[in-house]
Design a protein around this ligand. Structure first.
Ligand code: TMP
Length: 204
């Protein structure tokens, strides 16, 4: 595939989506004509199903399959065609969110959920070329979520602590793919750093 796949990951309240929105307004970046996208997808059958699952008491394994189905649809309809077209694809959340979040929600259901969920993706997913991990203490992140008034079942401190640990573990396993960003810094500084690294990466 000719294009480049860049993903933004982090716990809820890490400020990742705010930066993702800002990237879409950055003139230097826009000149490179990237495709901005996200998971869960929006306005799709699978994305709507995921949204309903998040808002309800859905079985965790069922939830994993819904998120994974949404990923398959996202890959087939948007990510792969854009990469084959030589485009840069920038996704707000992607497979690592599944490994980290469902790695936590399935903890009591199986012995090694992280490996299990990773195996479920093997052979058909596309591994990102670069992943920004917006790293932040769950306490700070939850405070931010609370201020936005949109706390969901995934936004509890203990849960997010586990999610963060898995993200950091994934980053330690693949240091060449991950770039860890200190998301506790002021938003402008975080944004500047991401833009700088992103442009450097896309121009190389
Ligand atoms: P969002 O806040 O980025 O829209 O994501 C919705 C929630 O879904 C968020 O709490 C993270 C969670 N999530 C998973 O649990 N697994 C996944 O695979 C994805 C993409 C998101």
């Amino acid at each position: 595939m000719k294009g480049k796949l860049i993903t933004l990951e982090g716990i809820d309240g890490s400020g990742k989506s705010t930066v993702a929105r800002k990237l879409q307004e950055n003139p230097e970046l826009l000149r490179l004509n990237p495709v901005f996208t996200r998971e869960p997808t929006r306005g799709t059958l699978t994305g709507d199903a995921v949204e309903q699952a998040i808002q309800s008491d859905t079985d965790q394994l069922a939830e994993l399959f819904l998120f994974t189905a949404d990923h398959a649809e996202h890959l087939a309809k948007l990510v792969k065609p854009a990469l084959e077209d030589g485009k840069a694809v920038i996704s707000d959340r992607y497979s690592d969110s599944r490994y980290a979040y469902q790695g936590m929600t399935l903890k009591t259901r199986m012995e090694n959920p992280l490996e299990w969920v990773r195996n479920l993706h093997r052979g058909w997913t596309v591994v990102p070329d670069l992943t920004f991990l917006f790293d932040i203490e769950p306490e700070t992140a939850v405070e931010r979520c609370g201020k936005r008034g949109e706390q969901t079942k995934f936004e509890k401190i203990e849960f997010l602590r586990g999610v963060r640990e898995i993200f950091l573990k994934l980053a330690a396993k693949e240091p060449e793919r991950f770039m860890i960003i200190d998301a506790s810094k002021p938003q402008e500084a975080v944004e500047r750093k991401v833009v700088e690294k992103l442009l450097e990466f896309l121009r190389q």
